[in-house]
Design a protein around this ligand. Structure first.
Ligand code: GZL
Length: 323
């Protein structure tokens, strides 16, 4: 009995001290609104634009004061932003880590400042899971597997070689690493599938087009393009058409995200399958932030639900796509 009382008391004191640290030091203490520092990756893709809008709109409707920074896809800018949020004594820090590694030092500074951190969209590879309260985002390995499963189904019963070129996302980022491994895991079971070239297009249209142009020059026979996001796929489609080939027919196109422009391209027959990656994380993020700022426990992992859309579904789905 005594033991249980003590542990409860200790827990109570711990929570109280945490609450005090959060509420009195917070710059939000004045008007009682929660203050969130959000370090965004950048504005590299249609997905990212939708994600930023979702976070900003959700902050407004949740009464959260948002301090927002755009890192232009540079880790050092995100680290600077996190340090500035610590200086400003925000109540909670949320960010989408542009790459998986190199976060322990700055996140330890946030922990020492008793400011809870929420990972959103992308994860980090730190062994120290006490550096963040939760990770809200998609399962990128699952997305890669879904892309591979579509391809296996598409070529079921056929035996001729299938040459694949792959446009990877930002080097070192969780989506690039995981979409690549999930896809590779599924296709490794059938030797007819061969990834003949794989290179980063950094999740942008311009780079996706540039790298696809190089693939078209170096690879005599391409059957499939697997793009880790729609913006690179849409850039690559331009390159395929400029090379006099038909995207979706001469070269099948698999893409991830599911932004409106990609649904339109799929309705036009230029993309064969879209693996959805949901950017609309804002409302869930604000809910989680309010809980962690109050010292409440939250699940360490919150996954978002998302589907797969094929060409026959494109036209009907297009009008209801919200990003
Ligand atoms: C995935 C997200 C990726 C998108 C890209 O959750 O991090 O970054 O797939 C975006 O479009 O650039």
């Amino acid at each position: 009995m005594t033991k249980r009382v003590v542990s409860t008391l200790a827990a109570g004191l711990l929570a109280a001290s945490f609450l005090t640290a959060c509420s009195t030091d917070s710059t939000g203490g004045g008007d009682g609104r929660l203050v969130m520092g959000f370090a965004q990756v950048g504005a590299e893709s249609g997905w990212r634009t939708a994600n930023t809008k979702s976070v900003q709109d959700a902050a407004k409707s949740a009464g959260v004061t948002l301090k927002f920074s755009d890192a232009q896809q540079k880790q050092e800018n995100q680290i600077k932003a996190i340090r500035s949020f610590i200086q400003q004594r925000v109540d909670v820090i949320a960010f989408s880590p542009v790459v998986e590694s190199g976060w322990d030092t700055v996140l330890k500074e946030a922990k020492n400042a008793k400011i809870p951190v929420v990972l959103t969209d992308r994860a980090i590879d730190s062994k120290d899971t006490s550096l963040y309260r939760t990770f809200l985002g998609s399962d990128f390995v699952e997305e890669g597997k879904k892309a591979g499963e579509w391809l296996v189904g598409e070529y079921k019963g056929k035996n001729e070689p299938v040459n694949i070129v792959e446009l990877q996302g930002t080097t070192g980022s969780a989506p690039a690493n995981d979409r690549r491994s999930g896809f590779a895991d599924v296709i490794k079971g059938d030797p007819k599938f061969k990834v003949v070239a794989s290179q980063t297009g950094d999740f942008t249209r311009a780079k996706g087009k540039e790298v696809m142009q190089a693939f078209l020059k170096s690879q005599p026979d391409i059957d499939v393009l697997y793009a880790h996001n729609d913006d690179m796929a849409l850039g690559a489609i331009q390159a395929i058409e400029e090379a006099g080939k038909k995207p979706g027919t001469d070269i099948k196109v698999i893409s991830v995200d599911g932004i409106k422009d990609a649904f339109q391209a799929m309705a036009d027959g230029k993309i064969n399958v879209l693996v959805e990656c949901n950017p609309l994380l804002g409302d869930q993020l604000m809910e989680l932030a309010k809980k962690v700022a109050k010292g409440e426990t939250v699940p360490t992992r919150v996954k978002v639900t998302e589907g797969v859309f094929t060409q026959d579904q494109a036209a009907a789905a297009l009008p209801s796509r919200s990003y």
